[in-house]
Design a protein around this ligand. Sequence first.
Ligand code: UFG
Length: 329
Amino acid sequence: MAVLVTGGAGYIGSHTVMALLEKGKDVIIVDNLVKGHEFAIKGNKFYCGDLRDGEFLDKVFKENEIEEIVHFAAYSLVGESMKDPIGYFNNNVGGTISLLNCMKKHGVKNIVFSSTAAVYGEPRNIPILEDDDTTPTNPYGESKLAIEKLLKWASDAGDINYIALRYFNAAGAYESGTLGEYHNPETHLIPIVLETALGKRDKMIIFGDDYDTPDGTCIRDYIHVMDLATAHLLALDKLNRDGKSGVYNLGNGLGFSVNEVINKAKEITGRDIPVEMGDRRVGDPAILIASSEKAQKELGWEPKFNDLDKIIEDAWKWSKFLFNKLDQK
Ligand code: UFG
């Protein structure tokens, strides 16, 4: 019996595959490698293809005894989604519909879904709770929210059981430093800070220092990618145990400002990180911090790597490894 991981060659997907393999699970990966990377494929079996291709997906289900699903495959760049909302809905929602059809056809019930804090939009309360308002401010978040709604209706109809995990700011890398985050172009803060430390960028831009926060820069809840990975295993366990569908935030409950991240990275890398102050980036809320009490209580999830040092140390190991490899090419 196997776990199917869609998008298993992506950032959070590949780290979750590692966690599943460490638990002795048989892992099948489906990824179209549009955003994922060959170097990140770690499962026992890999299929290259698009979820929207029903015939292809049906073949994957026919050739394997799939027992449960962890569904990451999606486009996930906020800025890109603003420029291509149709493409984002087509890929993210369309891929999920095709996957759910196949699950129903083959009698697979349990699915853990990769959702996001972007479903909340501009938060009214900090820390953010799962039943707070969901009013996304970009098509990426809206597409994820649409999928959550679809999952709910499919669960109410008795077709599936699901757990949607709303990640806050995924960061860090696999402890060995040989697997981590790689987006092209990169838009996320910590990899950009570290690329600057490595001299791959002359400088980085801080997107605004006039927010209503202690140092004027935005505050985010950074959560180690391996802590996120563990939560997926716990969610699968819970679905197998009680089949109860639900939605959970995953964050540390701690906020760090952009300036704090840069200063911590200077300390850890021992390098200079030239910065320039820029304008606000459209759609950035001042503060995003999760309450993950529900995940702690109901999934038994406890973030292990909940200090910023560890997150940046692991990301730094990975950045050096990655650019070493890229430079050799
Ligand atoms: N930032 C900079 N300079 C940069 C990059 C980022 O100042 O070069 C700032 C951003 O303005 C923001 C913070 O660093 O204040 C974090 O930015 P990221 O792009 O790393 O992350 P976001 O908080 O924008 O995005 C995260 C997830 C998204 C999700 C979103 C929810 O990565 O997938 O939270 O709002 F949609």
